[in-house]
Design a protein around this ligand. Structure first.
Ligand code: ATP
Ligand code: ZN
Length: 298
């Protein structure tokens, strides 16, 4: 029975956990999450969700212990490079890149230090939780570094006298600045992704994965899209349509008792900026509404 369920690993608590749970929720996978439980069960789908540390997710997927995992590409890449270095066999697939967990892995040095290119870091001691990604980049540049491997608090390593530079996750850069550091080189861009172990050979599991991925596509597409409603003179329909080149064909409604005024509804594939709203207003549009879309299936 247990094997008749798809197992998905997500981060237990941290920067990916809220968005991962929200993604499952938006795909109508109802999970009764219980505090401190390793496995939670879905009430409406044959899916079990394992809540673990993000660093364990790539290994759980690659080793076939779970079928799918939601993890940052930074953590995935580090695990893959580590296993490659140890000549281990690796089998996994990225099924979908997601629109959360956006960050980058960068080199930071003290603000007052001069940076004249990557080779000025040659032979320095660098603190990081990502030694394999760093090594791959330094090898490519034909330079070397001394490793200070830390699993946390990397940003204080220089002040603590443990390292000359750091290689760490950056999102806004504020944490670097508040620690007296500057970002000098971005080495890896990352966001969350869904990975599968490639062992999903049973038709049953493949079907659930396909349903899940199709729903995610709908959720992501809906998040990027907007529903626009407005009223305008019928003679301006083409001018309005030209403002939305990436949209599907608009729906036009005749307003009762007003032959010359129509209501236009458009699904836009991109965010609507104030500039577009102002252009609509200049064309004479009234009652302009821009609404978020929850789900989309095409
Ligand atoms: P764990 O206890 O699970 O090991 P952690 O402390 O290693 O957690 P978090 O800080 O929660 O990890 O980050 C998890 C992942 O979220 C990172 O590996 C990265 O992919 C992504 N991430 C990092 N910083 C940000 C950010 N500021 N915004 C969004 N996502 C981020
Ligand atoms: Zn972690």
């Amino acid at each position: 029975m247990y094997d008749k369920k798809l197992k998905i690993a997500i981060q237990k608590s941290g920067r990916l956990s809220k968005d991962s749970r929200k993604l499952l929720h938006n795909c109508d996978i109802k999970v009764n999450f219980q505090k401190n439980k390793l496995i939670s069960f879905s009430e409406n789908m044959p899916i079990d969700v394992m809540c673990v540390r993000d660093d364990d997710i790539p290994g759980l997927v690659i080793d076939g212990i779970v079928d799918l995992g939601i993890v940052g590409r930074n953590v995935l890449e580090e695990e893959v490079l580590k296993r490659t270095f140890k000549l281990e066999k690796i089998s996994f697939k990225i099924l979908k890149h997601l629109d959360f967990g956006v960050c980058r892995l960068s080199i930071g040095i003290p603000t007052e230090k001069k940076y004249s290119g990557i080779s000025c870091l040659n032979k320095l001691r660098i603190a990081t939780s990502y030694p394999y990604i760093l090594k791959k980049y330094f090898d490519k540049k034909n330079i070397s570094f001394k490793l200070c491997k830390l699993n946390g608090s990397v940003e204080v390593a220089i002040r603590a006298g443990l390292a000359d530079a750091i290689f760490d996750l950056v999102s806004t850069g504020e944490a670097l600045v508040s620690n007296g550091l500057k970002e000098v080189k971005v080495i890896h861009n990352s966001s969350a992704c869904i990975i599968s172990n490639g062992y999903n050979t049973s038709v049953f599991k493949r079907d659930i994965v396909n349903t899940f991925i199709s729903r995610i596509n709908g959720v992501v597409k809906a998040r990027e899209s907007k529903y626009i409603m407005l009223r305008i003179s019928a003679s301006k329909i083409n001018d309005v349509v030209r403002l939305f080149p990436f949209s599907s064909k608009p729906t036009i409604y005749q307003l009762s008792g007003k032959n010359s005024i129509v209501a236009i509804h458009i699904v836009s594939r991109e965010s609507i900026f104030w500039k577009t709203m102002e252009k609509l207003k200049n064309l004479g549009a009234k009652s302009i509404l821009v609404l978020p879309i929850e789900k989309m299936l095409e």
